[in-house]
Design a protein around this ligand. Sequence first.
Ligand code: GDP
Ligand code: MG
Length: 166
Amino acid sequence: KSGFVAIVGRPNVGKSTLLNRIVGQKIAIMSDKAQTTRNKIQGVYTTSEAQIIFIDTPGIHKPKHRLGDFMVETAYSALKEVDAVLFMISADEKRGRGDDFIMERLKTSKTPVFLVINKIDKVHPDDLLGIIEDYTSQMDFAEVVPISATEGNNFDTLMKTLIEQM
Ligand code: GDP
Ligand code: MG
């Protein structure tokens, strides 16, 4: 199995930290999709049964000017090429306009979206349910996976869930 996954989320939620956990493995497969997304490849996760290529989609935020509009469009069109999108949020921050802006765009895409709740090491487990309810009331997610990118909690579960999606 192989596939492409994009990670999106507002600044500081932990996207780079998650990618740092993933990087370091070589890309063994080259599909047509790789031709269009290779410039943005940020990390590869390889097991005996699967390979997942993670891509970065910079510019997914609220544009400040019209050139920004164009960049956001480009970033979102890249999401059509992937098999799944990880929408990452931080458990210790309230849902904000940045999150809502991203969700408005993800809602209209056919690509399955996973809600990745990062930094669970910073909150009480009881707080998780409220966070999940808050986000799932806004849009449908293929899966909800709470993780800690720094501690590694649920990292394997996240990868396994992604592989199942492919
Ligand atoms: P990005 O802007 O989404 O790429 O976020 P970064 O990966 O740069 O992370 C922003 C900050 O959050 C850094 O100081 C990270 O060390 C911290 N961080 C990321 N993931 C976690 C986590 O799971 N738990 C905690 N406590 N801090 C985290
Ligand atoms: Mg980053």
